[in-house]
Design a protein around this ligand. Structure first.
Ligand code: GLU
Length: 300
């Protein structure tokens, strides 16, 4: 009995040493890979290599109203040409709906979720009539509703949630005050990104997240769900967004251009966007070797 416990403990210890770092790149296939998503892919890939960690690719297609299989194919094909290969099977969120349902029910049973009958319009009306904060759910259904349920919301607590971002430093937000109870299952029946992302990261053992800064204000919401489930939170690094000439976030929806065929040049631009001098590498392998060494100096 004692010996078995020791062996199990030792095995877990060895596994944790061998796989101490697991990171990921999790693109939504709403368009092809562009300069903005390349910067996120590169930062997460190089960070994983700099930690001798594993790097996984996940296709975040949970929002089937916006995602297309042809974009998923194109993104995976481009990552392949960039020599960024997943150290494990590529998972797709649309294959994991049963698992999201299971976690959703667990949250419901723990009292962290409630049904909401508000429409976008009725929320706007309440906010205007009572002069409330414009972007916060006012909590109308928090204590129950007799109307038909449309969406399901996570019940936030009035407290500050803080984390140390590896790029931006201390970040904190009182989700209850600033966002209010947020949707984890949408009125159209789809699970929301906020739920899917934490279930996927948890199940894949992701302990280091490197992604675009547009998501930094989503992170406290995701930490709140992690904590509600008693799951350990990963560490976070949010990297500066690539902006277009007008200073807007480069996005697939805003028609960001596809990468050129000269992928080495595209990698060099993404690298400079991350605040480094050009590497002038002749091959991709030379590029990554130098990038990993410099990244280690800066971020370890
Ligand atoms: N799927 C998100 C995107 O493509 C990224 C989500 C994440 O990294 O957590 O912007």
């Amino acid at each position: 009995m004692h010996l078995t416990g020791t062996i199990v403990g030792l095995t877990l210890f060895i596994i944790s040493i061998v796989t101490h770092y697991i990171g990921r790149f999790a693109p939504s296939p709403t368009g092809v890979l562009h300069a903005g998503s390349l910067a996120a892919a590169l930062a997460s890939f190089v960070d994983a290599r700099a930690h001798d960690g594993r790097w996984l690719i996940r296709i975040e297609d949970v929002d089937t109203t916006r995602c297309k299989a042809e974009y998923a194919r194109s993104i995976l094909e481009t990552l392949d040409r960039l020599h960024m290969t997943s150290d494990g099977p590529v998972i797709a969120q649309t294959d994991r709906l049963d698992r999201y349902r299971e976690v959703f029910v667990a949250l419901l049973k723990k009292g962290f979720v409630y049904g909401c009958s508000c429409s976008r319009l009725s929320i706007q009306k309440t906010i205007q009539e009572h002069h409330l904060a414009p972007h916060r759910y006012p909590g109308t259904c928090r204590e129950g509703t007799t109307e038909p349920i449309r969406a399901w919301r996570f019940k936030t607590q009035d407290r500050s949630i803080a984390f140390d971002d590896r790029w931006y430093g201390h970040y904190e937000q009182n989700v209850y005050q600033e966002v209010g109870d947020f949707v984890i299952k949408r009125a159209d029946g789809l699970f929301a990104y906020q739920l899917a992302v934490i279930v996927d990261d948890h199940d894949s053992g992701i302990n280091h997240i490197v992604r675009g800064a547009d998501l930094i204000d989503n992170t406290p919401r995701q930490i709140a769900i992690h904590e509600a489930l008693g799951w350990q939170c990963p560490s976070y690094m949010h990297i500066p967004l690539v902006l277009n000439d007008r200073g807007d976030k480069l996005s697939k929806q805003a028609g960001a251009r596809a990468l050129s065929d000269d992928l080495l040049a595209e990698l060099e631009s993404a690298w400079q966007h991350l605040g480094f001098a050009p590497l002038g590498a002749d091959t991709m392998d030379a590029f990554y070797t130098r990038a990993v060494a410099l990244w280690k100096e800066r971020f370890q």
